[in-house]
Design a binder for this molecule. Sequence first.
Ligand SMILES: [Zn+2]
Length: 295
Amino acid sequence: MTRAAAALALAAFALAAAPRVARGYTRSRNSAGVVVAWPSPQLVVHVPVLTADRPVSLLSSDDVLAATDAAVAIWSHDQVACTGVEMSAAVGASRDALAEKDDQNNVIFRVDSWSPQVFDEMGLPLGDYEPNQLALTSAWVTKSGKILDADIEINVFNYPVWEVSGDMSRLVSDAAFDLQNTLSHELGHVLGLDHSCWDPVTGPRPIDGDVPRPACADDPTLAEATMAPTAFVGDVGKRVLHDDDRKGICDVYPFDPGGGCAAAGGAAGTPALLAVALALLAAVHRGRRARPAQA
Ligand SMILES: [Zn+2]
């Protein structure tokens, strides 16, 4: 073999052997490694009635409902024509509800503690609660990947100031987190999407299937996605979907103009339940750029 031919062969081998480059949006998997999805993506998300004696920041029930209405809309068919997702918000959860499988998708404000409240039959906590989490979504799924129920918990215990104005200067001056921004991210988890990229503050680098998740620092488009793993004080960039988020939701739940939108890959459910929990991390300010909190 000539030197040129050898080099060519080596280059071809290197190309074939190079690790596959991840292609963007990531789907959540159950503990068996199966990607998860709702069998039918017509969902109602329930928000609590806030009473004067149990306030969350200074938010009213109307504030919370308006923020949730706006957050469910960005994932739904009216705003994203290529998806069959239809989510709506309704008042009807208790503010102090537990994140548990009750066949109702709830937004829960955790004011008095940020720790597990629900345990499995082995006594192990459901969810992985860390102080740097702004919010945590837990979904109950079958072994075959069918999502049955999902709840969003907002960490008011560690992050007491929440806002709905969307006014970044006001959010920053008050060190407030934007509720709509956070709910927009968590609703992506409710639908079965995982984080768009990996930030070292969130822990070890996940492997999706057999592909390492791309680092947020290497891809600004993934770092700016609604499903990016961190958020900072004043962050409102997750209020709108980005190209990667849209691609994910349309691939998993494509719009079927004939009606009867079926989730891609939905298999028959089995009785075994598995919990999937994902959080958004809060970033802490460092220099000019804010580091995110996890959500
Ligand atoms: Zn998250």
